[in-house]
Design a protein around this ligand. Structure first.
Ligand code: SAM
Length: 192
């Protein structure tokens, strides 16, 4: 519990795990080094899709999963790690989903010139929201400042406020007293 607020992705996953049961379908829209994907895999979903546009990230995620004992699930397709932009989510995901995780920004330890942008992340979020089951959860960590700038954060904050309130509850949270552009955790719940 003690690490939850220090590490925002831990906090997000802590909430996500409360929404996911064995047999659900879940999506990691930005798998990067595979930490979130592994945590989702450990929830025993029936199907886990993970996306990244960088082959390096896809390879790192597959390696992490294999080393953690999920080689069989990679082989039999219960876990798919897909090298494609998340804007093509519905080309790959054809069923409703219980949860989706977007950890935006650039690959830690990778090329800081490759980062998520609103031109693709907003269509991906829209597609994810359309697939989200009632009482399903989408979690997003919005990183900004530094090499990735402010464009995505500004566009997303505007977009979140336009999401249909009859269908979704959108929670934008913040670190009120943390300096240096702290990430913004956002949670979108599909209403029942
Ligand atoms: N969740 C990851 C983990 O556990 O290590 C960290 C994700 S990292 C902050 C963001 C990732 O988004 C990078 O690996 C980057 O390559 C990826 N990315 C950037 N644009 C993307 C896009 N259009 N579609 C999918 N992934 C993208």
């Amino acid at each position: 519990m003690s690490n939850l607020i220090k590490n925002i992705t831990e906090f997000a996953l802590y909430l996500v795990q409360g929404y996911v049961s064995e047999g659900d379908v879940v999506v990691d829209a930005t798998c990067g080094n595979g930490y979130d994907t592994l945590r989702l895999a450990q929830l025993s979903p029936a199907k886990l899709y993970a996306f990244d546009i960088q082959q390096e990230a896809v390879d790192a995620t597959r390696k992490r999963l294999r080393e953690a004992g999920f080689a069989e699930k990679l082989k039999d397709g219960a876990i798919e790690v897909i090298c494609d932009s998340h804007e093509h989510l519905t080309d790959h995901v054809k069923t409703f989903i219980q949860a989706a995780v977007f950890n935006l920004g650039y690959l830690p330890g990778g090329d800081h010139n490759v980062f998520t942008t609103p031109a693709t992340s907003i269509p991906a979020i829209e597609q994810g929201l359309r697939l989200l089951k009632p009482n399903g959860l989408m979690s997003l960590c919005v990183y900004y400042g530094g090499d990735s700038g402010f464009e995505e954060k500004d566009a997303l904050m505007e977009y979140f406020r336009t999401i249909d309130s009859k269908q979704y509850t959108v929670l934008i949270t913040e670190f009120a007293n943390r300096p240096n552009n702290p990430p913004i955790p956002v949670f979108i719940l599909k209403r029942i």
